[in-house]
Design a protein around this ligand. Structure first.
Ligand code: SF4
Length: 587
């Protein structure tokens, strides 16, 4: 027993929230523990988890319960009192579930996956586990390169989960009722498209990612769980579309979620009504990779506002592009509570914006700033990346200059607050920059200082990102099986919650890599030859490798590529025969 009075935020561990689903395990054919490898506040904000929790629980035969990584205070008490990791709904130990599934949203949560298994008293290596242990599953964007965790995970789901999850659970439940073993299930499951089982994979075949072709046809959780405590994104979420038409060359999501598939405005308005009735939230986030690219935004906003305004419910847009930013739209949807504006030009100079294919001109950025000024906004956040391929000192200084020009528009005596934030470029699999090196730590420090020295105005605040976590992220994201061993070593040394500055320990990561005969800095900053075989080549994400190569070469020539609504560049994803590729009979 643990007395929750002794932990920092007890509501992280109690469950029992509004809209929680509790089922009788004895009446079910299988049980699924949905694990988010971070704390409750982060995991509960995640739309993918909300969706799959409902997809699985909609099945009459399956129970799905939530599990989050306990914060260190709770972990200490659990270990001291020999309490194994348990689910929120019925407090059932993880070990007693049939399937334990992790969502891999970011590489820096991998050590938490290992720690959660260990806390559940489940061996982390699949080679040691037996039929007595649950099946360990993983999916999510990082599963696009499953190789680093393949000694840990039994079965990966590649791509979008709604349909493939049901197929896998059907197979599991049929096998279980026929008395089949876990191994029988794993052997059989490789026949399902989108499934990768490291132990039984035939490397002559590619694993083909799954997508939902018609988003209007899959149900969406309008009755999501309403937490008792503040979480990171404390609002209901409405997903407008998947994919992104843009093709920024550093952005993994822009490639792995292709093609763009929109929901109809009528579907979304109907879902808005149900969200209002089912949750009582006072804010709905319009969630997508580049929300303002939704084709019928006016009809959608009009329709949503009809229901939200009278209830004083705010609409929020997390991601706006500067080029098609409309202050009128922002003013309309933020009538209830006006927040600041966030833009991500990513690079300060036009040259570098062309290299990364961020198709925005300086003129468009400054015009947007003028419109923002007339709309009465006085808080502007600007996001940039340092260390992008081909970046020069002039490009770095151009960030400060751009922020200065925006300040000029508002006036140095105005109430404007501009925040410039930089992160470091991390090369990601399945992007045109997957072959590119990350800049060295020395360079990171130098470029950060260079930028800081050029931001002199008090009204412009500069926030920067820790460089060491970017190094680890780069080393893991393009990692292979040997890097996977280093991740296990790092966890054995005590690494966990690596995306939390207060717990991140670079020295342990350096040692872990070196004990596996690897140099973490070299892994992060290696340039990969274009003809080299990549660890993730056996995954077919739908976008052709030749397309990515061509995009990389265009980047070096500072050439841009039109977005998918302007012109089809034949990336390969049209074989799924849906979405933007087929709009206006494009193909
Ligand atoms: S096939 Fe053409 S339209 Fe479709 S995602 Fe690729 S580039 Fe865009």
């Amino acid at each position: 027993m643990i007395d929750l009075i002794n932990v920092e935020k007890p509501a992280r561990y109690t469950g029992g929230e509004f809209n929680e689903i509790v089922k009788d395990h004895d009446k079910m054919q299988s049980s699924y523990a949905f694990c988010f490898p971070d704390i409750y506040e982060v995991g509960m904000s995640h739309l993918g988890m909300r969706i799959l929790y409902h997809v699985i629980n909609r099945r009459k035969t399956t129970v799905c319960e939530r599990v989050f990584a306990p914060w260190t205070d709770m972990e200490q008490l659990m270990r001291a009192n020999k309490v194994p990791l348990f689910s929120l709904e019925t407090k059932k130990p993880l070990k007693e579930f049939d399937i334990v599934g992790f969502t891999l949203q970011y590489e820096m949560s991998y050590t938490n996956v290992l720690n959660m298994l260990d806390l559940a008293d489940i061996p982390i290596r699949r080679s040691i586990r037996t039929d007595e242990h649950p099946i360990i599953m993983a999916g999510g964007p990082c599963a696009a390169n499953p190789v680093t965790l393949e000694d840990v995970i039994d079965i990966f789901l590649i791509g979008e989960g709604e349909e493939v999850m049901n197929e896998v659970l059907d197979l599991y439940e049929d096998g279980k009722s026929a008395g089949q073993s876990k191994e029988d299930f794993l052997k059989e499951s490789v026949k399902i498209e989108g499934v990768y089982v490291p132990k039984y994979h035939d490397f002559d075949k590619k694993v083909i990612k799954r997508i939902i072709k018609n988003l209007d046809s899959v149900s969406f959780p309008t009755d999501s769980i309403v937490p008792y405590m503040n979480i990171v994104h404390d609002r209901a979420s409405l997903e407008l579309f998947r994919g992104c038409i843009r093709g920024c060359r550093f952005c993994q999501a822009g490639y792995i979620y292709r093609p763009v598939r929109e929901k109809k405005a009528s579907t979304l308005i109907e879902q808005t009504k149900r969200i209002l009735a089912d949750t009582g939230y006072n804010e709905i986030g319009m969630v997508s990779l580049s929300t303002s690219d939704y084709t019928d935004l006016k009809t959608l906003c009009d329709g949503m506002l009809e229901h939200t305004e009278k209830r004083m419910v705010n609409l929020s847009v997390p991601s706006m592009r500067i080029d098609n930013f409309s202050i009128e739209l922002m003013n309309r949807i933020q009538k209830v509570r006006k927040s600041g504006l966030t833009f991500a030009p990513e690079a300060g100079s036009q040259r570098l914006r062309d290299v990364i294919n961020k198709n925005i001109t300086e003129e468009e950025i400054l015009t947007s700033a003028k419109i923002a000024k007339s709309g009465g906004y006085d808080n502007i956040k600007l996001y940039f990346m340092l260390g992008l391929p081909t970046e020069t000192d002039e490009d770095v200084i151009a960030i400060a200059e751009l922020a200065g020009k925006i300040l000029d528009i508002f006036g140095r005596k105005s109430r404007i607050n501009i925040t410039v934030s930089t992160s470091f470029f991390v090369p990601k699999p399945f992007t045109p920059f997957q072959w590119c090196p990350q800049i060295t730590v020395e360079e990171m420090i130098r470029r950060q200082r260079l930028l800081r020295s050029h931001i002199k105005e008090k009204k412009i605040k500069y926030n920067w990102h820790d460089f060491n976590t970017s190094v680890v992220e780069s080393a893991i994201s393009r990692g292979d099986r040997q890097v996977g061993q280093a991740i296990i070593k790092a966890w054995e040394k005590g690494c966990k919650f690596d995306s939390w500055n207060e717990l991140f320990d670079m020295e342990k990561w350096e040692q872990a890599f070196s004990e596996c005969s690897l140099d973490i800095y070299e892994c992060a900053s290696k340039q990969i030859a274009l003809d080299e075989e990549l660890p993730w080549d056996f995954i077919d994400i739908g976008v052709k490798k030749s397309f990515l190569k061509n995009e990389y070469q265009k980047a070096l020539r500072e050439e841009t590529t039109e977005n998918c609504r302007e012109h089809c560049n034949n990336c390969g994803i049209a074989k799924y025969r849906c979405g933007v590729c087929f709009e206006d009979n494009k193909i």
